[in-house]
Design a protein around this ligand. Sequence first.
Ligand SMILES: *Cc1c(COP(=O)(O)O)cnc(C)c1O
Length: 395
Amino acid sequence: MSDSDPRIPAPKLGEPYLLTPGPLTTAFSTKEAMLRDWGSWDSDFRAMTAELRGKLVAMLGAGAEAFDCVPMQGSGTFAVEAMLGSFVPKDGKALVLANGAYGQRAAATLRQIGRPIELLDKGDYLPPRGEEVARILAGDPAISHVVAIHCETSSGILNPLEEIADATRAAGRRLLIDSMSAFGALPAEPARLQFEALVSSANKCIEGVPGFGFVLARRDALEAAAGNCHSLSLDVAAQWDYMNRTGQWRFTPPTHVVAAFLEALRLHEAEGGAPGRLARYTRNRDVLVAGMRTLGFETLLDARWLSPIIVTFFCPADPAFSFPRFYEAMKAKGFIIYPGKLTVVDSFRIGCIGQLDEHVMRAVVAAAGEALAGMGVNSAAPPAEALAERARLAA
Ligand SMILES: *Cc1c(COP(=O)(O)O)cnc(C)c1O
């Protein structure tokens, strides 16, 4: 296939590509699915809700029969708060495994809603390991739940979910997963990974538009969750019960977003489901990382922890480099990139998800090279301190 013949058509009307982990670049047919109105109580829309729930449960794979899907209005954070508030009972306690902004946000959410927590904070670079989880759980019998982030989108690290799940199960506790930026591409098969619930949203790996999240939870856990929630509108058990009885959402659903999501699900299936999507994202990452390295850029993470979702690069050491100028130059060439979210070193991120393929990634690398040349930056090599810090923490 030549570069003039991309498999994925470019966005229409001169739109830039969004190299961001949601909202992301969606297919034209996904956007087009929003060009009509739906009555939220009408049987046509109720059938759409049922289809969405059934397809998301099936996407879990082996062991999915024990699960049900509860969509929740709002951005992903609303769905995370709904999951935490609905499954961690008021007399429970959660161990939060944090290595970035989303782990920190889960901890902040639990504090805000008055659930006691224990925080394992691994900083920006390092994964929480199974043996650490086992040690903390052994020392604190009050902990009822473990909260893990599947792919920590602030650095792009892919956390070792299986060993975390094994340690949690071995200690007889329950696992809640923020799989926001992973579900739909990376596996979370209940037969291989024991968990109580996971949460994701419309606008990440399924490539829909933003407007709702969804909780995939064990039916027995959904039954047991009745009455737990601190919030009226974020109560997953109440939404589940109402949806089962009426086929409707408890409050106004994002009808157009649901219609777009069904088209996104159709495209997901046509691509070969999660394995097909993972293959494309992995290729995107590999082409991107190899190309950026030829310009001198370095990734924050060691190769073994690099996710196929989003990659963090150190900003170059060259004093001629300015991130705002780099961002604007990339935008002028049709690419919206993402500022870094690290606490210690200067960085930026490039997403690999959405309607992008390797041809797009090659064009991104070419644009980055031209942007550097435009600023008079000769090499994108990071500061020695950044590499030393990475090596020290990885040791
Ligand atoms: C995107 C994301 C969220 C939710 O963010 P919103 O901005 O509320 O949609 C939560 N956790 C992770 C890991 C994410 O990537």
